[in-house]
Ligand binder design. Structure first.
Ligand code: AMP
Length: 434
């Protein structure tokens, strides 16, 4: 069978790598892919942008692609699954209407309240009804979010009321374009963050391995929010009891609510959760696709054929399949260009990739480009080095051995990915996560 992966980041490299391992897959196309996908067996890059739905559709029809898997949210929110479906092509992901769960935070908050799913208290504003008094009356810190897609930058955690008002006004004035025409002002939640990702088809659910990611740029979870600086799986905090609670209080009511609203969901559904000290799984956000970088460690642990799981979902047969997981832990460290998540330089030659390829673990590419015989940086997040091990400590060691083998001018990465899980293990807890 022929598979098309849409996207060009680390998530798509991991999805393509996993699909290529399937004995029934003859070819994996990645549009547009990166220098890492270009090097994988059976895998070919196609020079089509991830948001060029018309060109993707033409390509998939011409090549008679059997299964298309969408990496990023953009094409999903723009309706790629509906367009492929109308052309009789099998495309894994939610419809445009179901993908609104990620496309609009105001819509999602209203959905969560209406269906009784736990999340932070909030208010939604536009320029027409903005209330500075409301913002001033909130406990600090207060969280300000742009309603629409803002490439992971539309969330500001404000320590003062002045900063919160400034963020609100900047968003409403157009700093994030149309994404900020509506804003959500929300209570700050403390606790531990967990990524809970499932494959869903209407009311059928296959939970994937749990994970946690690090969104802040700097060690100690400080500095600006990013797309993600590292992730590991499993999330030790998610024991069997919490897993059952998340399914019961978040995933099942969400899928019921989507059905009740007339938007039944098929695809990866990612719930970003803040686990409160009392164990309440508060929803921070939904994503209508796999996470990046969570995909990389989760794919390292997946033993089953991903194409079969996706096809079972499309066919409404998710309850007939199981996912097999490597019992080992996996941990990925993102190597980024200096300056990320703000302006960064591209075109730096990357040294050490061949040496890293001889070590255990796997280096997934994100912003990379082949230039002659060299591979150069071509994005903010450049690589994700993933290690496997009997516990998070061992996986972390293997990942940082890979990182140590690779270098470019002004590379930046965090030295403490997995620190909470490591502290738990060093405190004597064994690996209990799912
Ligand atoms: P979001 O895109 O809504 O998930 O927000 C990005 C990141 O901001 C989250 O992963 C959290 O780390 C943080 N965040 C968002 N909302 C809140 C909140 N209400 N309380 C605390 N942190 C939050």
């Amino acid at each position: 069978m022929k598979v098309l992966i849409v996207g060009g980041g680390g998530r798509e490299h991991a999805l393509a790598w996993k699909c290529a391992q399937s004995a029934r897959v003859t070819r994996v196309f990645v549009a547009p892919g990166n220098a890492g996908t270009a090097r994988e067996p059976k895998t070919v890059n196609v020079a089509i942008a991830a948001d060029d739905i018309t060109a993707l559709l033409e390509f998939a029809a011409r090549e008679a692609i059997d299964l298309t898997i969408i990496g990023p949210e953009g094409p999903l929110v723009a309706g790629i699954v509906d367009r492929f479906g109308a052309a009789g092509l099998r495309c894994f992901g939610p419809s445009r209407a179901a993908a609104r769960l990620e496309g609009s935070k105001a819509h999602t908050k209203e959905f969560l309240v209406r269906h009784g799913i736990p999340s932070a208290r909030h208010a939604t504003f536009t320029r027409a009804n903005f209330s500075a008094d409301y913002v001033r009356a909130q406990r600090l810190p207060v969280v300000v979010k742009a309603d629409g897609l803002a490439a992971g930058k539309g969330v500001v955690i404000c320590e003062t009321h002045e900063a919160a008002l400034a963020s609100c006004l900047a968003m409403l004035a157009g700093d994030f374009g149309a994404a900020g025409e509506t804003i959500v002002v929300e209570e700050f939640l403390s606790g531990e963050e967990v990524s809970f990702i499932v494959i869903a088809h209407d009311q059928q659910v296959l939970p994937l391995a749990t994970s946690q990611d690090h969104k802040r740029r700097d060690d100690g979870d400080r500095g600006p929010n990013t797309g993600g600086m590292g992730a590991y799986s499993p999330a030790p905090i998610v024991d069997a009891a919490l897993h059952a609670r998340i399914m019961r209080e978040v995933i099942e009511p969400t899928l019921r609510g989507l059905r009740a609203d007339g938007n039944p969901y098929t695809g990866f559904l990612y719930a970003g959760l803040m686990i409160a000290p009392d164990g309440t799984p508060n929803v921070l956000e939904f994503n209508c696709r796999f996470g990046d970088p969570e995909t990389q460690p989760i794919m390292m642990r997946l033993r089953s054929d991903l194409t079969r799981l996706c096809e079972a979902a499309i066919d409404g047969e998710l309850d007939t399949v199981h996912a097999q997981w490597d019992e080992q832990a996996a941990l990925g460290v993102v190597m980024a260009a200096a300056g990320y998540p703000d302006a960064f330089r591209k075109g730096e030659p990357i040294a050490g990739l061949d040496a890293a390829a001889r070590l255990p673990g796997k280096v997934f590419h994100a912003g990379t480009l082949a230039r002659g015989t060299e591979i150069v940086t071509n994005g903010g997040r450049v690589l994700c080095a993933v290690g496997l091990g009997v516990d998070i400590v061992a996986a972390q060691r293997q990942a940082y051995d890979l990182v140590a083998a690779i270098h470019w001018n002004l590379v930046q990465y965090r030295r403490d990915i997995g620190h909470r899980a490591v502290a738990r293990e060093l405190g004597g807890e064994s690996l209990t996560g799912v």
